[in-house]
Design a protein around this ligand. Structure first.
Ligand code: ATP
Length: 363
C-alpha cells in the first residue's frame, strides 16, 4: 500500500508536442483516483508515466514515499490492467496468472497460494484450467485483474479496462472493481473517458483537459461545484446548460456580479412551469424541439425564444452561445414537440462562470 504524489509533472513527446503541461496531485494510501477527460487530454500518458512506461520530461513522481523517476517499471511495485488485456491464448487461466510470478523466480508454493487466493476473490476457481477462448469477456477481464492482484502491488493502474465490454457487463465489472479495490485497500489510479464510470468509481476525481488538470475533488463536489464550464459540461449527462449572460438574462436575474459572463443550470434543476423568477430564480421560454424518453425520466430539448439552436455535442463543453436548453424531468409525461413552455430554476441551483468559462464565480 502506498500513496502516489505527482509534482509539476510534464511530458513533451519527441517532435515537441506538449502532452502534459504541469500536473500536480496526490492520491492517498488506499484511495481510488480516477483520471477522466476527453480523448487526447493526456490521461493515458500520465498513467504510463506513473507506470514507468513513458519517460518524464520534468517534475517528480513519488510512490510510497520514494521518487520513482528513474526506477524501472518492474521495480515500481505497480500492476497495470489495460483495455486490451492480452491474455496468453495458449495458457490456462492458472498459468496466465502465475506467469509473471514465475518469471520473477517466486517459489512454487507461494505462487500457488497467490493464484488460489486471487481465484477465490474473483470467483475464477472453477475456471483455472480453461484457456482464455473458453471464457466470456467479463471472465477474461477478471483474469486480467487476477494477474494484477497476484503481484500484491502497492498501486493498481487501470487504463480503460472496461472499454471492450458491452454496456451491461461494464456496469457489472465497474461494481466488481470498486468492491475489490475496497476489499484489498490498494491505492488505484484509473483512466477513463466515461464520466459516469469516473463518478461512480472515484474517491478522488481528476478532470483533465488539454494536458492540464481542470479540477480535483470528490465526485459529488465536482458535480455540485464545477470549477470551469469545461467541467460543468463534461461531468453530468445530459450536460449542464450554459447560457450567455446577455442583458435580458441579467435583468431577469437581477444583481449578477459584473465579472460573470456565463450562467449554468443542470437539466434536472429546471422544472416546467413559471417558477420563482421573482425571487431571483431563472425562467426561460423555450420551444420544444425533441423529446427523449428513457423510462424513469424524460429529456426535453428546447430552444430559447429569440435564440438560435446550436446543439452542444455530448461530452463537448458548451460555450453558452447557443439557445439550446435541456430539461430533465421525472417520468414519461412530456410536452408536445413544437409547444412553447416556460421552464424555471431556483436561485440556489444556478452556477455563474467568468465569460471565458475558466473560473467559477458563484453558486
Ligand atoms: P484517449 O482516451 O484517446 O486514449 P488520452 O487522454 O489517453 O486519450 P494520450 O494517449 O495520453 O491521451 O495522448 C495525449 C496526447 O499526446 C494526444 O494528443 C496524443 O496524440 C499525443 N501522443 C500520445 N503518444 C504520443 C507519442 N508517442 N508521440 C507524440 N504524441 C503522442
Amino acid at each position: 500500500m502506498a500513496d502516489v504524489v505527482l509534482r509539476n509533472v510534464r511530458k513533451t513527446y519527441p517532435g515537441g508536442f506538449e502532452a502534459i503541461k504541469g500536473v500536480d496531485f496526490a492520491v492517498g494510501d488506499g484511495q481510488f483516483c480516477v483520471l477522466v477527460g476527453p480523448s487526447g487530454c493526456g490521461k493515458s500518458t500520465l498513467l504510463r508515466m506513473v507506470a514507468g512506461l513513458e519517460t518524464i520530461t520534468a517534475g517528480e513522481i513519488e510512490i510510497g514515499g520514494r521518487v520513482v523517476n528513474d526506477v524501472e517499471p518492474a521495480d515500481r511495485d505497480i500492476a497495470m490492467v489495460f483495455q486490451n488485456y492480452a491474455l496468453y491464448p495458449h495458457m490456462t487461466v492458472y498459468n496466465n496468472m502465475a506467469y509473471g510470478l514465475r518469471n520473477r523466480g517466486m517459489a512454487k508454493a507461494e505462487i500457488d497460494a497467490r493464484v488460489q487466493e486471487a481465484a477465490r476473490i474473483l470467483e475464477l476457481g472453477p475456471m483455472l484450467t480453461r484457456k482464455p477462448r473458453q471464457l466470456s469477456g467479463g471472465q477474461r477481464q477478471r483474469v486480467a485483474m487476477g494477474r494484477a492482484i497476484v503481484r500484491h502491488p502497492k498501486v493498481f493502474l487501470f487504463d480503460e479496462p472496461l472499454s471492450n465490454l458491452d454496456a451491461k457487463l461494464r456496469v457489472a465489472m465497474r461494481v466488481e472493481i470498486r468492491k475489490l479495490q475496497r476489499r484489498l485497500a490498494t491505492t488505484a489510479i484509473y483512466v477513463t473517458h466515461d464520466q459516469l464510470e469516473a463518478m461512480t468509481l472515484a474517491d478522488v476525481l481528476v478532470v483533465m483537459n488539454g494536458g492540464q488538470v481542470e479540477q480535483i475533488g470528490s465526485p459529488l463536489d465536482v458535480y455540485a461545484k464545477p470549477a470551469t464550464t469545461f467541467v460543468a459540461s463534461f461531468i453530468g449527462a445530459p450536460p449542464m446548460n450554459l447560457l450567455t449572460l446577455a442583458d435580458d438574462l441579467r435583468n431577469e436575474l437581477g444583481g449578477t456580479p459584473a465579472e460573470a459572463g456565463i450562467l449554468g443550470v443542470r437539466p434536472e434543476d429546471l422544472v416546467i412551469g413559471p417558477g420563482t423568477a421573482a425571487q431571483g430564480g431563472l425562467a426561460l421560454d423555450i420551444t420544444v424541439e425533441a423529446i427523449e424518453r428513457v423510462g424513469p425520466e424524460t429529456f426535453v430539448y428546447g430552444v430559447r425564444a429569440g435564440h438560435e439552436a446550436r446543439p452542444v455535442a455530448a461530452g463537448k463543453p458548451g460555450d453558452g452561445a447557443g439557445g439550446d436548453v435541456i430539461v430533465r424531468i421525472p417520468g414519461q409525461i412530456a410536452p408536445a414537440i413544437g409547444e412553447c413552455i416556460t421552464v424555471a430554476a431556483a436561485p440556489h441551483s444556478l452556477h455563474l462562470f467568468s465569460a471565458d468559462g475558466r473560473r467559477r464565480i458563484a453558486g
